[in-house]
Design a binder for this molecule. Structure first.
Ligand SMILES: CCCCCCCCCCCCCCCC(=O)OC/C=C(C)/C=C/C=C(C)/C=C/C1=C(C)CCCC1(C)C
Ligand SMILES: [Fe+2]
Length: 531
């Protein structure tokens, strides 16, 4: 049973959230959903989402939230009817695990061990064959040209059929681009061009972050992809972890956070039995956070702008835009340099509610922040003269520009995360509304709308319900930014039909409809709506 605290926050003493971290089977065919309420007649298409679905192989458990094998989900909406379908993506990692009934490829926080059946010599050679990077595409799915790819953050992306959910082929981005991996959060321009950012370890360990561009639809857009701009790393041999970046009509914004990948550890870890990606991260407790700015066309790094602020973890940019000579950067931050992923081991998030809360008390605290970067750098007290923000930027004598944010949303251990906007209308533009998943001590238990100009919030929440990232779908021909619906997959463990697609009116966050199915749906991270 969920209980409401006086402060307005919900308590989860029955720990029903554990259900979203349990293994499920894929489906042989789409299953019909029972609809209550009214689905707008114009809403026809597919909600596609990615997440972990298999949390152990044989008797070997995965340990981290980002290790379970990639399960692709689809809710199809047509003529007021809804079906639900899901399939495991047949990545090399998954197929080999199924074949050998054990974890074969090391995941984010789970190590693979050599096959105990192999003799000592072949085990030795498997061990030193080098880094076997995972292609477990649990994080997101997005279009490149006419095709759809399920992705993680490594160099492997997996082409999928968005109708049948069949796995088509694995693509190695290293064949096309000088990157070791790219984020699962590309920006897609109105013309379909895909921009992304990734770490590049380069020859002789020279380090950089590369921003790449895949041109708009043509026969094989990946063949024409290129690195458009290279940004330097603050520290040799230690690039920062990057999960997303900002883009306006004319600029790229890259936030270099104090969560670092120690490349020496990374390269040596793989010869240490039992090491994982998680073992390669460390926090830099003195650098704070650096903002980098580059122009888009022609792509060029603005090396003279040394924007600095205090330490935070960053996973998700909300939106970035230019106004009157300033770049406004809205972010979901976590205060401090302690890595938030340290708190996302399955053993921790499957704990009893009181334990979950205790762990979240020790973790970095979430805050939605607005930073404003001035393009014209001169001496003076505060370089930010935008009338509507309290964010500041001050030029110091050493040439750095110290940034202080305006807080857009803050609640103790209540995160506004997995942000979404009306992307087709507002990407890189001044905007008013962000939609997000509310995390209560890391447990997703509400959907929130935030007016980033007035800070007004709206909430959808229901007893014992665990929603996912809300995707905004605009009403055809809409004139208002928030005229549309939000789609979220919700799990209500005790219910007769425990999984449902929730359709909210994005203006008011009131429920329009739900389409319920007779199955639990495990946690999903990101996804897209395909009209
Ligand atoms: C939906 C509700 C979830 C419930 C709890 C969530 C709490 C969330 C709190 C903070 C927000 C975090 C957002 C993270 C979102 C996400 O999707 O993260 C998934 C990221 C993954 C799976 C990353 C994988 C990255 C890999 C394998 C990187 C590998 C590499 C290195 C580490 C260094 C060398 C290069 C290489 C191989 C790319
Ligand atoms: Fe993400």
């Amino acid at each position: 049973m969920a209980r409401w605290k006086e402060s307005g926050n919900v308590e989860h003493p029955a720990a029903g959230y554990r259900k979203i971290f349990e293994t499920v089977e894929e489906l042989n065919e789409p299953i019909p959903a029972k609809i209550s309420g009214v689905i707008p007649s114009w809403l026809g298409g597919s909600l596609l989402r990615m997440g972990p679905g298999l949390f152990e192989v044989g008797d070997e458990p995965f340990y981290h939230l980002f290790d379970g094998q990639a399960l692709m989900h689809k809710f199809d909406l047509k003529d007021g009817q809804v079906t639900y379908y899901r399939k495991y993506i047949k990545t090399d990692t998954y197929v080999r695990a199924m074949t050998e009934n054990r974890i074969v490829v090391t995941e984010f926080g789970t190590a693979a061990y050599p096959d105990p059946c192999k003799n000592i010599f072949s085990r030795f050679f498997t061990y030193f064959r080098g880094i076997e990077v995972t292609d477990n595409c649990i994080v997101n799915v997005y279009p490149i040209g006419e095709d759809f790819y399920a992705v993680t953050e490594t160099n492997y992306i997996t082409k999928v059929d968005p109708d049948s959910l069949e796995t088509l082929k694995r693509v190695d981005l290293c064949k096309y681009l000088s990157v070791n991996g790219v984020t699962a959060h590309p920006h897609i321009d109105a013309d379909g061009a895909v921009y992304n950012i990734g770490n590049c370890f380069g020859k002789s360990m020279s380090l950089a972050y590369n921003i790449v561009k895949i041109p708009p639809a043509q026969k094989d857009p990946l063949e024409k992809s290129q690195v458009v701009v290279q940004l330097p790393s603050s520290e040799r041999l230690k690039p920062s972890y990057v999960h997303s970046f900002g883009m306006t009509d004319n600029y790229f914004v890259f936030v270099e956070q104090p969560v670092k990948i120690n490349l020496l550890k990374f390269l040596s870890a793989w010869s240490v039995r039992g090491a994982t990606y998680m073992d390669c991260f460390e926090s830099n407790d003195s650098m704070g956070t650096w903002f980098h700015l580059a122009t888009k066309d022609p792509a060029d790094y603005l090396s003279s702008h040394k924007f600095r602020t205090s330490a935070f973890n960053l996973f998700h940019h909300i939106n970035t835009y230019e106004e009157q000579g300033f770049i406004v950067v809205d972010l979901c931050t976590w205060k401090g340099h302690d890595f938030v992923y340290n708190y996302l081991y399955l053993a921790n998030i499957r704990e009893e509610w009181e334990e979950v809360k205790k762990a979240a008390m020790r973790a970095p605290q979430p805050e939605v922040r607005r930073y404003v970067l001035p393009l014209d750098i001169h001496r003076g007290k505060n370089l930010v003269s935008l009338p509507y923000t309290t964010a500041t930027a001050v030029l110091h004598s050493d040439g750095t520009i110290w940034l202080e944010p305006e807080v857009l949303f803050s609640g103790p251990r209540q995160a506004f995360e997995f942000p979404q906007i009306n992307y087709s209308l507002c990407r890189g533009k001044k905007y008013s509304f962000a939609y997000g998943l509310g995390l209560n001590h890391f447990i997703p238990d509400r959907i929130v709308k935030l007016n980033v100009q007035t800070k007004q919030t709206w909430v959808w929440q229901e007893e014992e319900c665990y929603p996912s990232e809300p995707l905004f779908v605009p009403t055809p021909g809409a004139t208002e930014e928030d005229d549309g619906v939000l789609l979220s997959i919700v799990v209500k463990p005790g219910a007769e039909r425990p999984g449902f697609l929730l359709v909210l009116d994005a203006t008011t966050l009131t429920e329009l409809a739900r389409a319920e199915v007779n199955t639990i749906i495990p946690v999903t991270l990101h996804g897209m709506y395909k009209p």
